[in-house]
Design a protein around this ligand. Sequence first.
Ligand code: PLP
Length: 426
Amino acid sequence: MDVASLTALDRAHVWHPYGPMPGTRDPLVVESASGVRLRLADGRDLVDGMSSWWAAIHGYRHPRLDAAVRDQLDRMSHVMFGGLTHEPAVRLATKLVEITPSPLRHVFLADSGSVSIEVAIKMCLQYWLSVGRPEKRRLLTWRGGYHGDTFHPMSVCDPDGGMHSLWRGVLPEQVFVPTPPAGFDAGVDHDYVALLAALVEENADSLAAVIVEPVVQGAGGMRFHDPRYLHVLRELTLTHDVLLIFDEIATGFGRTGTLFAADHAAVSPDVMCVGKAMTGGYLSMAAALCTSEIANGISQGDLPVLAHGPTYMGNPLAAAVANASIDLLLDSDWAADIRRIEAGLIAGLEPVVDLPGVVDVRVLGGIGVVQLDHPVDIALATKATVASGVWLRPFRDLIYTMPPYVTRDEDLALITKALCAAVAAG
Ligand code: PLP
């Protein structure tokens, strides 16, 4: 199909993320992708500074990942998971248990990050129901978060900043504390801790769990906080009989410099969600992991099962590529790659630090963010990055990059140059 017909049909029929219908802007048509480059239908190549929404950490068409999918395709692409099991899923679950904090022992394979958050919340609510405390069914979180677009995850997204404010009155009402004070090295603000403690204590009888993105709040505003707040949350939740959920969907698998963001603080949650980079960006799969205490609690209830079972649960193709992606990551010196990318981002974003309109430039691991004092003009910013040979996707007042870990220094320099161009344009 030629590009004009394709974009016309796309505009007429295809919803895009957070998009109007019919579409008002023509998306770029990608014909193929390889390494860190997207090949557009018009022949242009763009270096991908987004890792396809933070998932394609090894780049595109990686030979080991391609081989894993092909090999699995020759055996079976899918079988139902009810009453059946298979090696890719068992290996994946075992591997996830091995590499995540040790009290996490049981794995629910979900079809997307949002669904894994639904499952994590369901695990916590059902745990309290099963142990005879049905009144514990609310969640506490800090503002500025993002946990997905299905309804329960939406209820713990930032209530003002995101698009989910539309659903006030429809969503379950959760308890919000202010956004954690900014800065990975900022130290712990005692007034903030006191406020957190007061709200957890005050609501403990009705709280099932505290849910947060550890260390980096991603799509809610690309903010970093001090990992010591995770200790604070762990102590408060233990003291007040509240469970703790870490959403590592964006931060997991090395992005912040440790394998999981919780590792910065050596804190173990009761439930943890991973997704995105788990399959190296090949197929949609996520997981909710929980402790034996939660699993045992659920198993002693009137309904002694976790009542959740998506059709494509444990999909063998996704599990096979996830196994290959995790092995590839662990076989590489990923931590050195992240340190190299971090240094490149700090150096490459230096030129915009003092520009008018720039409020903050922050870098942590493989994440580089420029925050403006006004909403980004997405069309102008995108035009500038594409003209620089780079794909970025700014949102709100943020222009940022999360490049694949395999991005070489020359390509990283292209990304930061393009980001600076977008700042100047947008
Ligand atoms: N949680 C976090 C921290 C995320 O960043 C995202 C997606 O950006 C999600 C949950 C939702 O994941 P998915 O888009 O796979 O449903």
